[in-house]
Design a protein around this ligand. Structure first.
Ligand code: HEC
Ligand code: HEC
Length: 391
């Protein structure tokens, strides 16, 4: 969880504008000096409450904790911290925060489109779910935001975040939103991601430094059991080897998939069956299994299986440092994440067999290599990276 970004931090001492790390990995401490607008954005990100409940962006996207929050980090907070606000308490009154403390999830209220309803309440127009906090780092190399891919620009995303979490008494200006976006685009957990975002340099999958990492790498190739969905430069898109792409139903490069997180295995929230209605209001489809969170179906008409309960495929660069995992934090650590995939593979055997414990360990070792720590391949890049920082 709290891993140092070794190489990037050591560069920092040489560069004006770097902040000393406060404890965990400091995503603000990348080797770039900030522009005037980015500095304004940083100040807004850290302090601006928009006249609301006292929260700022950094209340949940902690720059000294990989750009996110996790149960361990929350345990160290003072009870007066603005993270603890009744809107994210267990019953809305502020009495207890068990869900926030256990999984670092907060409430997100979805506006349901006319075609989508919980089958047990066809008149519901909103639906509240608990979602984990993705890191705000590496977003410069991302084009769709939120677990359900509901925003396509950072300024739109930030506007939604203010209304979702701040209880604001004033609306952010577009200048403020753009400054916050500009600042977020300076946050990286990985050197490779910064090079991709800044210079379009497509990262290569590191070869691996240990035998376990070198074995684990195969899972992340475009034809590998993880790579079919975690492919492309950011390891977050379908590859040409995905079974549905091979069959012709979907296209390589698509950014969403359904892996049954929160539906099989750990279920932090109760699920319901979802109904799809036609324009006349008649039920035309009913999910065979219950989902707590309809995911991308809120933005995408469910014209094929996997849209209800489907989510954005997150990047795997830096992911090892941002536990808990999945949209609902149903996997608290890397082992629970792997155990979940075995439940998924058991039900969808077209993706391949369940992994043995040894294979799981190899896949985890490689994910840690892709995580926040520096590695030998990074060091090899150091010289030319110093040069790059001058452009
Ligand atoms: C109360 C906690 C909280 C606060 C405060 C908060 N966020 Fe978030 N943030 C979240 C959660 C939860 C999500 C996932 C939302 C979803 O999937 O619907 C998220 C998602 C994001 C994402 C999308 C990342 C991705 O990879 O998809 C960005 C960017 C982001 N927030 C930036 C901000 C900014 C900017 C602010 C301040 C204006 C802010 N957040 C305030 C909890 C918070
Ligand atoms: C069928 C497509 C698919 C396959 C196969 C797949 N993933 Fe994923 N992965 C996703 C989606 C979609 C999510 C987000 C799901 C959610 O939150 O409900 C995700 C989330 C993750 C996350 C969580 C990241 C975060 O920030 O929370 C990790 C880690 C991960 N996958 C690793 C793997 C590994 C390791 C494998 C191979 C064992 C794998 N994935 C196979 C689609 C896939």
């Amino acid at each position: 969880m709290n891993q140092k970004i070794g190489v990037i931090l050591s560069l920092c001492s040489l560069v004006v504008g770097c902040v000393a790390p406060a404890g965990g990995a400091d995503v603000g401490a990348n080797a770039e000096a900030l522009s005037r607008e980015e500095r304004r954005g940083r100040s807004l990100f850290q302090h601006e409450t928009f006249g609301g409940n006292g929260r700022a962006c950094e209340t949940c996207h902690r720059l000294d904790n990989n750009g996110t929050i996790d149960p361990e980090f929350i345990a160290g907070l003072d009870p007066s911290d603005p993270l603890f606000r009744p809107i994210d308490s267990d019953d809305g009154t502020g009495a207890t925060y068990d869900q926030l403390r256990a999984r670092a999830t907060v409430n997100v209220t979805l506006r349901l489109p006319p075609y989508l309803r919980p089958c047990n309440d066809l008149s519901a127009t909103t639906w509240t779910v608990r979602r984990s906090v993705p890191t705000s780092a590496n977003v410069a190399a991302e084009s769709v935001f939120n677990w359900d891919a509901s925003a396509t620009s950072l300024d739109d995303q930030a506007l939604g975040a203010v209304f979702a979490h701040f209880e604001p008494t004033r609306t952010p200006t577009s200048d403020e939103l753009l400054a916050i976006a500009a600042f977020q685009e300076t946050l990286f957990t990985r050197r490779e991601v910064r090079k991709l975002a800044r210079r379009g340099r497509v990262p290569e999958l590191p070869r691996g430094n240990t035998p376990a990492q070198r074995r684990g790498r195969d899972f992340y190739l475009p034809e590998g059991q993880c790579g079919v969905c975690h492919s492309g430069p950011m390891l977050n898109e379908l590859s040409a080897f995905h079974p549905d792409v091979v069959a012709g139903g979907r296209s390589a490069g698509e950014r969403t998939a359904m892996i049954l997180a929160g539906t099989v295995g750990n279920r932090p929230q109760p699920g319901v069956q979802w109904c799809v209605l036609n324009p006349a209001g008649a039920v035309v489809l009913r999910t065979p299994v219950p989902f707590a969170d309809p995911g991308i179906a809120v933005n995408t008409f469910p014209n094929r299986p996997g849209v209800i309960g489907g989510f954005k495929i997150p990047t795997l660069w830096g992911a090892a440092g941002t536990a808990p995992f999945f949209h609902d934090a149903s996997a608290l650590d890397l082992q629970q994440m792997m155990d979940h995939y075995n439940l998924f593979f058991a039900r969808f055997s077209q993706f391949g067999p369940q992994l043995t414990p040894a294979e799981q360990a190899d896949a985890i070792a490689y994910l840690e290599l892709l995580g926040v720590r520096g590695n030998r391949n990074d060091d090899d890049d150091d010289d030319d990276d110093d040069d790059d920082d001058d452009d």
